[in-house]
Ligand binder design. Structure first.
Ligand SMILES: [Zn+2]
Length: 212
């Protein structure tokens, strides 16, 4: 009886998420603080991506391991708490991966670049209000393109695209397509920009290089 009571006390539930800090019993305040912000960002994020809210709350499990990842199948984020101003942004990044649930993420470099870029783009969009972030005042440092593995460059690529068309509708379409089809993303890109993805990445690299 006692053990179930203890584990119950190591969970904090919001409307859209559950924080499980049973592996870090001293992290209650951190969980409580993050819940206040994260719980109100979840519906905003899903509505921005024009998706239904998940049928089950997102569970955030604080791990002692230095690793963070999300699992779409059970709407779970395994999270290594940083106890820094970046925690909310990191959780939003992971929540975007839950909203993505792409099947071919690991096998396709284009999709990985788009997925990580979109996650960091939304992170910047949804974590800056009421969340002062002195560590990352400028998420887009003035430097050249770091490569396909850089999610900040990916996020800046999304901003670059948004400025071309003047809105972010392409993100909603791209995300919905990539959930089920890993082959036709250039159709969406072409429809909005009349160019394919690699042409646009080439232009983006040129733009970044010129600025440095
Ligand atoms: Zn990521």
């Amino acid at each position: 009886m006692k053990s179930s009571r203890v584990s119950h006390e190591l969970l904090i539930k919001g409307r859209h998420c559950i924080f499980d800090y049973s592996a870090q019993s001293d992290a209650r305040d951190r969980a409580q603080n993050l819940l206040v912000y994260f719980d109100e960002k979840v519906p905003l994020l899903f509505s921005y991506l024009q998706l239904e809210l998940p049928q089950i709350p997102i569970s955030i499990y604080f791990t002692k391991d230095k690793m963070t990842f999300s699992s779409y199948e059970n709407m779970k984020i395994t999270y290594s708490v940083k106890n820094s101003i970046n925690d909310l942004g990191c959780l939003i990044h992971e929540a975007v991966h839950l909203a993505q649930g792409y099947k071919s993420y690991f096998s396709n470099a284009d999709i990985k670049f788009l997925a990580e870029g979109m996650a960091d783009y939304c992170r910047i969009k949804f974590s800056n209000d009421r969340w002062d972030n002195p560590d990352e005042r400028n998420p887009f440092p003035y430097r050249g393109f770091c490569g396909y593995g850089c999610s900040k460059c990916g996020a800046e690529f999304f901003v670059f695209l948004e400025e071309i068309v003047g809105n972010s509708d392409f993100i909603v379409h791209l995300n919905k397509l990539l959930k089920t089809d890993n082959t036709k993303y250039n159709d969406i890109v072409n429809g909005f920009f009349h160019k394919d993805l690699h042409e646009l990445i080439g232009e983006f690299i040129e733009y970044k290089d010129k600025r440095t």
